[in-house]
Design a binder for this molecule. Sequence first.
Ligand SMILES: Cc1cc2nc3c(=O)[nH]c(=O)nc-3n(C[C@H](O)[C@H](O)[C@H](O)COP(=O)(O)O)c2cc1C
Ligand code: FES
Length: 501
Amino acid sequence: MALVHSAHSFDAFRALADRHGRPGERLVESLAEARATTGDGPESWAPAVAARAGLPAAAALGPAGYYADLAAPHGNRHVRVCAATACFAAAGGGHLAEVERELGVAAHTASPQGEVSLQAVRCVGYCYAGPAALDGTTPCTGASLTAQLTGREAPRAPVIPVADDTGDPVLLSGLLSGESAWRVWSRTLSSGTPEEVHREVAASGLRGRGGAGFRVAAKWEAAGRAPGTVVVANGDEGDPGSYADRLLMEADPGHVLEGLALACFACGARQGTVLVRSEYPAALARMREAVRQAYAEGHLGPSVHGTATSLDIHIAEGAGSYVAGEETALIAGLEGGRGCARPRPPYPTERGLWNAPTVVNNVETLAAVPWIVEHGGRSYARRGTPDETGTKLVCLSERFVRPGCYEVELGTPVRRIVTELGGGLKDGAELMALQVGGPLGGFLAPDALDVPLSEAGLSGRGAALGHAGLVAFDERVTPEEVLRHVWEFAAAESCGACSPC
Ligand SMILES: Cc1cc2nc3c(=O)[nH]c(=O)nc-3n(C[C@H](O)[C@H](O)[C@H](O)COP(=O)(O)O)c2cc1C
Ligand code: FES
């Protein structure tokens, strides 16, 4: 059994859980099941879950009190209303109070008899159609949100509008060109090598799309094909305003899994995990079904397609909380702990999940890999800018005339995306500010849009590429309200360990 601590980073709960058979995400799942049946606080149900796993009460009370889904009281009917940026911009911030009034229950409480409970959450991936909510797992969106939640209107949730601006889509090739998944994987297994996959990804210049923009080949190299390596696809998509990962996981889950399989192959990993945020119930169902189908078709399992390669992939469900998308916090969550960031070094590629070398890549990053392996890294490197190659999905929020998810070359002028693809703002409204790259990104003023969509271009203007969510604000909200909204988000979502991030 691997040691789960070093002189620098002893974690008593992690060591204890390791000794008790690594209940890991099963612990969080069991907590979620226990939570679903009661409106009482965690102290009344979490200790019993811990006891069943052979752990002390604190090992369950920690995550139960930390993750938003577990901490929030649940009634028989649980409604999650998005209180995040794009919905705030769409409804001027008033929709949550309206829902509270109409349902007769305050946010983060359950009604006295437990019929209904309300949770304010930060993004459910319908930023193009907000304000949005999940009634159980049923999405409701738009100006008539309250009427939908009170049964006066049927639930309404338009599919994500999608378009390609590149003429040769990479990420949308499955969706728009009908290219089926798993072809590249089958071919690679029969006639390719891990080194070839790694070489093509290195030649492509692909950088991570989860926010930090780290070179993918360098991260894979850092894990060094060490025994026991695992690869985790990060589908937490915590940045309000981004729904690109939701699109990929729901509309083209096969290519996401194929990208993860190729990453595992290149890194010598026999285990892959996809973490999907709990606010994406449809993505969770689609990904689980796609994994089941991949096993049935022989793309996963022992001796895949009769080769020496064995690979298992499973889907894990998040439990709310923005920081839990940060890679060390995500790993802590997969181990059944609170989703708090851990100091680095050691980096996950050296000591990650249960101390195994762990490569964490964003879902969109991995979805580009099959195309790169098929067409060659150099073809990919010819796209975008010389230092930031390739294409990116950008997500335009509800305030745009044509909100939706667009595939663009990196380096495309932001003004072009806003005016030509997005069509400017609805009802002839004036743009007051454009948030780019989520809460850790920044704002562009309307006269500062002549900047290329790239990390270098945006960071020079005090913004960041992040996951490339573009949230437009108009006169429905004041600049002071926007800033208060952003700081409330940061205050509520901080795990209190900011230096590791
Ligand atoms: C507070 C915080 C939240 C993050 N949330 C996400 C997230 O939701 N999804 C994601 O892919 N990366 C997120 N990241 C970045 C991850 O830590 C990590 O860099 C990324 O998943 C690596 O994948 P990539 O190299 O393919 O980008 C977050 C980082 C921080 C600091
Ligand atoms: S659904 Fe509300 S911000 Fe994304």
